[in-house]
Design a protein around this ligand. Structure first.
Ligand code: IMP
Ligand code: MG
Length: 189
């Protein structure tokens, strides 16, 4: 796995500092509110578990499962499954959490759904932000790091379902990408 890596972009130490930085801001911003963190699976699993352990606030946790990639490095159609129960959302301040904000379509669709289900407010929180790729009008309220228009893996982010377990964020070798691009499976968030 590690030998498929071309370049490490964020080390484990940098990631910890990035998560701490936004956790402090979120803690201040949501103090006294009825907070529920809604994590978009699968990509946000590692980020959300690191983040919420640094939020010393009463809060709920719910999950949404979004699929937008078909073993490729460009987005396919978006499907959203397993929405939280309305009671978990209604009247609450939702912190919507994903691994990366790319075109913004995933976040934008789920944000709309949360508001429709009666969320008091929705704030968006991503580990990585790729502002150059935005296709819909949406900014991240909180992001740990910005990245250029590169395909990255690790810390929850996958390529063709793999590399989520890399403890750092990296760019893959070019020789790895075309092989998996040929596959036509389906994969998740
Ligand atoms: P969006 O809907 O285009 O913003 O795409 C968001 C989803 O695309 C994220 O939840 C990721 O699963 C996936 N994604 C976007 N860019 C990357 C990347 O560089 N590496 C891995 N997954 C990515
Ligand atoms: Mg993904």
């Amino acid at each position: 796995m590690h030998r498929d890596v071309e370049k490490v972009l964020f080390t484990e130490e940098q990631i910890v500092r990035g998560v701490e930085r936004i956790a402090a801001r979120i803690t201040e911003d949501f103090r006294g509110e009825e907070l529920v963190a809604v994590a978009i699976l699968k990509g946000s699993c590692i980020f959300v578990s690191d983040l919420i352990r640094r939020l010393p606030l009463p809060m709920g946790l719910a999950f949404v499962y979004a699929q937008s990639y078909r073993d490729a490095t460009t987005p396919g159609d978006l499907e959203v499954h397993l929405m939280p129960f309305d009671e978990e959302i209604q009247g609450r301040s939702v912190l919507l959490i994903d691994d990366i904000l790319d075109s913004g379509r995933t976040m934008s669709a789920i944000r709309g759904e949360m508001l429709k289900r009666g969320a008091r407010k929705v704030r968006t929180c991503v580990f990585l932000d790729k502002p150059s790729r935005r296709a819909v009008e949406l900014d991240a309220d909180y992001s740990c790091f910005e990245v250029d228009d590169l395909f990255v893996v690790g810390y929850g982010l996958d390529y063709a379902g793999r590399y989520r377990n890399l403890p750092y964020v990296a760019e893959l070798k070019r020789s790895v990408l075309p092989a998996a691009l040929a596959a036509d499976g389906e994969q998740a968030g």
